[in-house]
Design a binder for this molecule. Structure first.
Ligand SMILES: Cc1cc2nc3c(=O)[nH]c(=O)nc-3n(C[C@H](O)[C@H](O)[C@H](O)COP(=O)(O)OP(=O)(O)OC[C@H]3O[C@@H](n4cnc5c(N)ncnc54)[C@H](O)[C@@H]3O)c2cc1C
Length: 411
């Protein structure tokens, strides 16, 4: 009796490289952000790092769910952390467009690594924009040298409505006592610095009580309660934290007591385009894998890409991806030009980029047929990684509400 041997699997396409032909449309889009020569060079180095080191390790980190320390160290070795820190505090002070382009490249290679790096920016941007000179001199050089940061807003009873948070800040002499807890905090267990939002004791109004301070790792009473076992982004840690009467110097308070809500909203406006860039990295990877695969895979005597129904699908995905990437650079330009009010544009970008990442990743799995459902092919991971982008930084329902609401009363 002859032994049954499964037929060879279709080859796993190597990720598209800059040398691959046929990506002209996207190459032109990549040239769109107005980056300085030095920023283009940095972006080239990030692309090389992402392609040669981070992408090859992504599958291992997804399977093992280990924190990708060697990726973090490689990013630091490249000198990437200082890029969003102003020069006066040991950084390079590069443009927001350059920062977004780097987030996208890292996330295209490994979404977990991309979000770990981006979270440093999300947590530290409020300090850069609203901190005192003394606070910036104390904390920012550490970030430029590679310290990890976390942003702690969400609580078990306060998700989409952050104003329901119950973490308390109680003044006590030169210190503030922090009590309460946070949930789902990216890098919460490994961060050196945590930007914590809570309510100032004694202010009754929910919105006017919100305040923000920097809590350092090692503060007595700071506890990691658990790490989540997640569908995707398995190498990025997501922690529940408890603050058991953590005593923090009052000098770590950002702004005045109760100044936290405007600060939080301003911070989210800068972090939402960043999570959109991250989602677009996942979308681009899924799109490229799908195109490469259907150019090779044959059924009924033809390559899959030769079926007209598939071409129609591809046309829709490519068009939406191109338009969304163009919007990313539009928002980047708004921020770099110092525009004050771009909250609606940022919401549109976050919502559309993340919905698109999920749609393209799902279609990429579909276009791989049964193989797409198996872990040997990267699209399986991309689909799991894409899902959270629709949930974090404001769920897409909340963004639809924010965008729609902005038109109330227009005449
Ligand atoms: C992997 C991961 C990483 C995260 N990282 C961080 C982090 O670093 N820092 C941080 O602070 N948080 C973080 N979060 C938390 C994340 O931002 C929240 O999960 C998110 O804001 C949604 O809150 P929730 O989970 O409590 O959902 P809920 O607010 O309970 O929402 C449940 C559902 O109801 C819908 N809903 C809620 N309100 C409305 C409404 N008004 N209208 C219509 N629909 C509504 C939501 O859209 C959602 O579909 C992370 C979460 C995850 C899973």
């Amino acid at each position: 009796m002859s032994e049954f041997r499964p037929a060879a699997r279709p080859p796993i396409p190597s990720p598209a490289s800059p040398e691959s032909p046929g990506w002209g449309l996207f190459d032109r889009l990549d040239a769109l952000p107005p980056l300085a020569a030095e920023e283009r060079q940095i972006l080239d180095s990030v692309r090389a790092l992402a392609r040669n080191q981070i992408a090859p390790r992504a599958e291992h980190y997804d399977r093992s769910a280990e924190f990708p320390w060697d990726n973090v160290h490689a990013i630091n070795a490249l000198g990437l952390n200082p890029m969003f820190v102003p020069e006066a505090y040991g950084g390079a002070g590069l443009s927001y467009a350059a920062y977004l382009a780097c987030v996208r490249e890292l996330s295209r290679a490994c979404a977990s690594t991309g979000i770990i790096w981006a979270t440093n920016f999300h947590a530290m941007k409020p300090l850069i924009d609203f901190g005192t000179e003394e606070q910036k001199r104390r904390f920012l050089p550490r970030v430029a040298e590679g310290a990890l940061a976390a942003l702690a807003i969400t609580e078990s009873g306060a998700g989409s409505d952050a104003t329901r948070m119950t973490t308390r800040f109680t003044p006590e002499g030169d210190n503030i006592v922090v009590s309460g807890g946070k949930t789902f905090i990216t890098s919460g267990d490994v961060a050196d610095l945590i930007l914590v939002f809570g309510k100032w004791g004694g202010i009754a109004d929910d919105r006017r009580a919100i305040s923000a301070l920097i809590l350092e790792a090692g503060t007595p009473g700071l506890k990691v309660l658990r790490k989540e076992d997640k569908m995707g982004h398995r190498a990025s840690s997501t922690a529940a934290l408890a603050f058991e009467n953590c005593s923090v110097p009052r000098a770590n308070l950002l702004g005045v007591p109760g100044a936290g809500l405007p600060l939080l909203l301003a911070a989210l406006n800068k972090s939402r385009p960043s999570v959109a860039a991250h989602a677009l990295g996942i979308a681009r990877a899924a799109f490229e894998d799908a195109v490469l695969y259907i150019n090779e895979r044959r059924q009924s005597g033809r390559r899959i890409i030769e079926f007209q129904g598939i071409q129609f699908l591809l046309a829709d995905l490519a068009t939406d991806l191109a338009l969304c990437e163009a919007w990313l650079w539009h928002v980047a330009r708004l921020v770099d030009s110092g525009a004050g009010d771009f909250a609606v544009e940022a919401s549109m970008l976050k919502m559309r980029a993340s919905d698109l990442a999920m749609r393209i990743a799902t279609e990429a799995v579909q276009l791989h047929g049964g193989y797409g459902y198996c872990k040997d092919y990267r699209v399986e991971r991309l689909m799991r990684d894409a899902k959270i982008t629709q949930i974090w930084e404001g769920t897409n329902q909340i963004h639809r509400q924010l965008i729609g609401r902005s038109f109330i009363g227009k005449r």
